[in-house]
Write a new protein. Structure first.
Length: 385
């Protein structure tokens, strides 16, 4: 059984020493790793190293390729959520390992990272097709994060991916429903199964996963508010509820009166369906939006159903996520301050909101300039009278 200990080397530096099983000649094997951070970080790293050693997946840094390290890191304790981990593994296997996997970890240079970017942009996609700058950027961030872990544990002295910036992504204007389309879309959906969830999305700006994780116990219809406490995530392993990524994600959102009425009617119909199916009344975990039997709905299926409905009913062809953007657009047009909008949307900070909706704020600012110009001209006319 592997054993190890931790020794402090400085204010925030720790040396981890651990023993491996003897090699084929019976020679004792001792490994040393230095890690920066708190004692708890060192404890977790020792646990990870011992687990990897006992499981036969521990890698020797000086002899390790990028492919070996990436796979070991992604299969270890990396702190990634299941959905993020699934995406990282996909990017590693499809965009990083085929091009950089054979390079020794210690020999990766910034020039190789730059050449890798160029290759992906020219022929990194399926059947040798070009990849978008956005996808290349995602792959770059996976490599950067993995190498940063090497720097933190002093396997590497520097992160080769830090010296090279990912390709610039051209700003794409977000899709929204125009102000004069919102009422028409809701009117056409009035008798459709997607009406209630679309109305709540437009009224609150909640994310798809937040809507599908919402329970009736999270709704206070008398107070005209809903509380976001969790989200529904879909991976290859299935569905799972998870807490918000940041403390700002957990929030209370006020509802307009019309949406309260929509939810009351939706609840009435849902109860009728449950009684017809012999399921009885809701329990404490009953979902606001669910399959007929009460189970959680697939977020991906919701997106697909939405687009199919838009085509069939000749509605504006926008994604379901565009309803969240439409909500934000309406708040910006109404002149709400960015802090209030950020909190309602559950962004980690107002900077995120400004980055996403910069063009909408610019349009509002232009209108504000025109308004003050008109006011100033009126004032000048009055002063001259």
């Amino acid at each position: 059984m592997s054993r190890g200990n931790i020794t402090r080397r400085g204010r925030d530096s720790w040396r981890i020493k651990f023993e491996l099983e003897p090699d084929a000649t019976g020679q004792r094997q001792t490994r040393y790793v230095t890690i920066r951070g708190k004692r708890g970080d060192a404890d977790r790293e020792l646990t990870r190293l011992l687990s990897a050693a006992d499981g036969g997946t521990l890698v020797e840094p000086r002899k390790t390729t990028i492919a070996e390290y990436l796979r070991a890191w992604l299969n270890g304790s990396n702190g990634l959520s299941p959905k993020t981990l699934e995406r990282y593994k996909q990017l590693a296997e499809q965009q990083i390992i085929p091009h950089l996997g054979a390079v020794m970890l210690q020999r990766l240079r910034p020039s190789a990272v730059s050449d890798w970017h160029d290759t992906l942009l020219k022929r990194g996609g399926k059947d040798g097709r070009p990849l978008s700058a956005r996808t290349v950027g995602h792959a770059h961030r996976v490599l950067h994060r993995a190498l940063e872990r090497c720097v933190e544990t002093e396997i590497l002295a520097r992160n080769a991916a830090s010296a090279i910036s990912p390709p610039t992504v051209e700003a794409v204007e977000i899709e929204i429903l125009a102000a004069d389309q919102i009422a028409d879309v809701l009117a056409k959906l009035a008798e459709h199964v997607l009406y209630s969830i679309a109305a709540l999305a437009l009224a609150t700006g909640m994310r798809r996963g937040e809507l599908l994780a919402l329970r009736w116990t999270d709704c206070d219809l008398d107070a005209a508010a809903v509380r976001v406490e969790r989200s529904l995530e879909e991976t290859a392993d299935g569905l799972r509820f998870k807490p918000p990524k940041t403390k700002r994600g957990r929030r209370s959102i006020s509802l307009p009166p019309s949406t309260v009425q929509v939810l009351r009617e939706h609840r009435r119909k849902q109860l009728e369906t449950r009684v017809a199916l012999g399921l009885g009344k809701h329990d404490g975990e009953a979902l606001v939006f669910s399959a007929p039997g009460g189970s959680a709905m697939s977020p991906d299926n919701l997106s697909r159903d939405w687009l199919r409905t838009c085509r069939r009913m000749e509605l504006p062809l926008v994604s379901f996520h565009a309803l969240r953007h439409t909500h934000a657009s309406a708040l910006i047009a109404a002149g709400l301050d960015v802090v209030t909008i950020s909190r309602r949307l559950g962004h980690s900070n107002p900077t995120v909101t400004l980055n996403i909706y910069a063009h909408l704020f610019r349009q509002t600012d232009s209108v504000a300039a025109q308004a003050i110009e008109a006011a100033m001209r009126t004032s000048e006319g009055t002063d001259g009278g």
